[in-house]
Design a protein around this ligand. Sequence first.
Ligand SMILES: CC(=O)N[C@H]1[C@@H](OP(=O)(O)OP(=O)(O)OC[C@H]2O[C@@H](n3ccc(=O)[nH]c3=O)[C@H](O)[C@@H]2O)O[C@H](CO)[C@@H](O)[C@@H]1O[C@H](C)C(=O)N[C@@H](C)C(=O)N[C@H](CCC(=O)O)C(=O)O
Ligand SMILES: Nc1ncnc2c1ncn2[C@@H]1O[C@H](COP(=O)(O)OP(=O)(O)OP(=O)(O)O)[C@@H](O)[C@H]1O
Length: 545
Amino acid sequence: MTSPQARIRPDRVTPHRASDLAAALGAPVPDVDAEVTGVVSDNRAAGPGDLFVALPGARVHGARFAADAVARGATAVLTDPAGAALLPRENLPVLVVPDPRSAAGPAAARVYGTPADRLTTFGLTGTNGKTTTTYQLDHLLRALGHRSGLVGTVETRSHDRVLPSVLTTPEAADLQAVLAAMVSDGVDALAMEVSSHAIAQHRVDGVVYDMAGFTNLTQDHLDFHGDLETYFATKAELFTPARSRRGVVVVDDDHGVAMARRAQVPVATLTTGTGVRPLDPDADWTVSAITPDGTGSAFTLTHRDGRALHTRTSLPGGYNVANAALAVAMVLESGAGAEEVERALRSADGLTATVPGRMEVLATSPRVVVDFAHNTEALELALSALRPTTRGRLSVVFGATGDRDPGKRPFMGAAAVRGADVVVVTDDDPHGEDRAAVRAAVLDGAREALAALAGGPGPVPELTEVADRGEAIATAIGRADPEDTVLVAGRGHETIQEIAGVDHHLDDREEARAALARRLPHEGSDAPHGAGHHVADHIKQERTS
Ligand SMILES: CC(=O)N[C@H]1[C@@H](OP(=O)(O)OP(=O)(O)OC[C@H]2O[C@@H](n3ccc(=O)[nH]c3=O)[C@H](O)[C@@H]2O)O[C@H](CO)[C@@H](O)[C@@H]1O[C@H](C)C(=O)N[C@@H](C)C(=O)N[C@H](CCC(=O)O)C(=O)O
Ligand SMILES: Nc1ncnc2c1ncn2[C@@H]1O[C@H](COP(=O)(O)OP(=O)(O)OP(=O)(O)O)[C@@H](O)[C@H]1O
């Protein structure tokens, strides 16, 4: 669902003539002309002077909303022949191109004065770690004295203008607008997430990143891309001259190795030994000397030419060392000196940006952590990141998303059983799907994994189903002992749960804080306790013994 919500836009734009834009896009020059001072692709966001990009959608043609966009002040329309057939031509410049999706970015870049060229741009792609790495990058850029902007899943920020994000990577027209706002706000460097959907839908056309980064690739979004190879190939486009100038690729998995080989721009490789592949002796950058440091890790990053720096991240888990090292390597590869970066990081206490809903620790006794892990790999990693520092039981509360990638549900169930001592299966975002059926698919995988463990020597995890997510969180936290860890996984920073087309407010962090507040006061606890060991009567518990 495209939201009509507010967008960050530049305050002043030099007017362009629709006829000049048509010529630049190779479109026939329209008979009538008009001035354009902005670009939007959703009629609800249209205002005076906008070029309305009417995209052919899967559900509806955007041209159906052109009349409303014009009523709101739009002065011209960019669309395809099918869209043009739906529009009145009198007194309205209509720019007709074969593929308006790929024309939207370049058109908006032109209207807004190619803002990406006036920023040092860092673009992150990969299945997991984009948000976390983007925040660490932003933290480091600020430590180096930059005024940095941020675009990603959680929020979009141009200096002091901050809006919650609707998409990980905005629509092309909205992206160019926010980049132009950054230029006028004095922002000089950009840390942003580039999703595979965005690459496939030409949302980042009009941007050539100075530095692209690749984190990793695992099965996800196959409902959109069809197969893993297409998903990989889409991400690989970021490492072509049309989209970036240089890159850093983490080679901790086979897809990273393949990405580095396939890259058509110069890329440096980074090995950390924290992924599925061992340290790669041929990599350009190597992470070594990883040691526990508070909740996170300290580590050394060394280039094969001898450049080295030592720093720390406050986020738990080996993969967060990889995220932090990737942020640092991207900045070093963009020309910053190792000593300068090490000094800046020392003054900023290392890579210590708090990432909303990513390994966000809400309490320490019991430890309650909210994390965005919403696929099998991420769930496994989040659990294994927390296991070494959990003295008691490790619980996980999670579900799978409805209407998305149903194949991953049983795998997520199995991963939870293999990684936790207490597994609470609940709803995630059911969207339009039957909630019980989504949970049942997760539970199938969980039960199969339980059965496999039942014959073994180790303890068998406890499996519980609690449909309501708030209640599931309350249950897990209510039953936790002070030395336990409760991981609430899957929704991170999200605040809306969509059930059968209706949006409900639901914030895992609020639910967890409320559950912590209900626990009885407990010696050694850092959070108020209450309703200690209550378990809702209707909860179905399963134990295999
Ligand atoms: C599945 C998918 O990718 N859908 C995208 C697709 O939607 P669609 O083809 O159904 O569009 P449509 O609803 O038919 O509308 C067609 C056109 O009419 C316009 N419209 C529509 C309705 C209206 O009232 N007014 C209006 O102007 C729309 O803005 C659009 O331009 O084209 C739209 C326009 O480009 C996208 O906004 C939309 O992304 C939707 C919102 C979405 O949820 N995308 C997700 C899957 C996504 O992109 N996620 C990635 C992150 C993935 C991850 O890593 O987790 C992201 O970058 O956020
Ligand atoms: N480098 C990594 N490797 C594997 N898993 C990771 C990595 N970094 C983070 N994760 C896990 O994946 C989850 C999502 O992390 P993050 O939000 O940083 O990634 P993302 O790529 O932005 O994901 P999304 O596009 O779904 O928002 C985290 O909650 C964490 O559990």
